[in-house]
Design a protein around this ligand. Structure first.
Ligand SMILES: [Zn+2]
Length: 347
């Protein structure tokens, strides 16, 4: 493992695999394990935690949605790996990067809007160093839990964004903040959107879940449902707050806004994140009047659309929760076509 990983190395071999799977969770995991490359903990992640730590995280996951652990077991078997090793890889203890430079100040941006016509639309750019190769899109129709469509990053079982058959949308954003000196077991960031998509039907259900669980990492979550209920939840291992809810427009970037959450980001400047958030809010009226989500996502002066370093837009999504459509671009939305994916359905 190199001490310095070339984070800016282009990922010419980016993995946008599409999987459309149906069945019990163990079989879903086994199929993913067999049909994807061998799971390797990303070089920029910290060393995995002790098994006892990961086992406590798994216990908490099992309290919310036991089938997700079946999927991880199936995945491990499909890959020929020990379940315990996969679990340790999934339960990352810290967001600190093993390599330099530190976590990029740039990051993901998202918006949700209820239009004057009543249509609920969402948009989101996922930004990180291009060295992140795994950008898989999955549609799962499990025997237990709701069907969903969304993207997976470097570790199995998770979702970085997606929708379910009820028209519920969620996406995640790393929140740049201080971490506890001694991490305590909790739910890993990438499993929370997955848990929400499989167990919740409405924004209020997702908000309840996200404000109830113990978070392993500091992240922001934007949530929207087809009734037009929009929310932003800000989460940290020490607690979570609802930063926004009840308005016809919501946006989210990479810093905490709720007053109770300020203590986790002392002395930090969030210029890039604030600039993107301010821009999105400046577009609120136009978006409610019907302006295209794509034009906001493609903005360059604000930094919404990223083309360099840790702020490279690895994928972009646009969805209409009322019309039940979702499309993804394999890169920056300003210059990459969007591909429609099939809406999740139990049929
Ligand atoms: Zn661009």
């Amino acid at each position: 493992m190199p001490a310095f990983w070339p984070l800016n190395a282009p990922a010419d071999n980016a993995d946008y695999t599409w999987l459309d799977l149906r069945g019990p969770h163990y079989a879903l995991g086994q199929a993913q394990g067999r049909q994807t490359e061998r799971f390797v903990i990303p070089a920029w992640w910290p060393a995995p935690p002790p098994l006892s730590f990961a086992a406590d995280c798994a216990r908490q996951i099992g309290e919310l949605h036991p089938p997700l652990l079946d999927e991880l077991r199936g995945y491990a078997d499909g890959q020929g790996l020990a379940y315990e090793d996969v679990l340790r890889g999934v339960c990352r203890q810290t967001m600190r990067l093993r390599a330099r430079p530190p976590y990029p100040e740039g990051g993901c941006s998202s918006l949700a809007v209820v239009g004057a016509d009543g249509q609920v639309r969402v948009g989101r750019n996922y930004d990180f160093h291009p060295v992140q190769r795994v950008r898989q899109r999955l549609r799962l129709t499990p025997e237990q839990g709701r069907p969903s469509v969304g993207t997976r990053g470097s570790v199995p079982g998770g979702r970085y964004d997606g929708v379910n058959d009820a028209g519920l949308f969620i996406c995640l954003h790393v929140a740049l903040s201080d971490e506890p000196a001694e991490p305590q077991p909790g739910i890993p960031f990438h499993l929370l959107p997955r848990l929400v998509l499989e167990t919740c039907a409405r924004t209020r259900d997702a908000v309840e879940l996200l404000t109830r669980v113990r978070h392993l990492h500091a992240f922001n979550y934007l949530i929207a449902d087809a009734t037009g209920d929009l929310a932003v939840v800000e989460a940290h291992p020490a607690g979570a707050r609802v930063a926004a809810q009840g308005e016809p427009f919501a946006a989210c970037t990479n810093h905490f806004r709720h007053p109770d959450m300020q203590r986790f980001q002392p002395g930090r400047r969030h210029t890039h994140s604030q600039q993107r958030l301010d821009f999105l809010h400046s577009q609120s009226a136009a978006l409610q009047a019907g302006a295209e989500v794509l034009s906001a996502l493609s903005d360059h002066p604000s930094g919404l659309c990223g083309h360099a370093g840790g702020h490279t837009t690895l994928w972009s999504l646009s969805a209409n929760l009322t019309a039940r459509t979702i499309a993804y671009a394999r890169g920056a939305p300003c210059c990459t076509g969007f591909e429609a994916l099939p809406w999740p359905s139990a049929n």
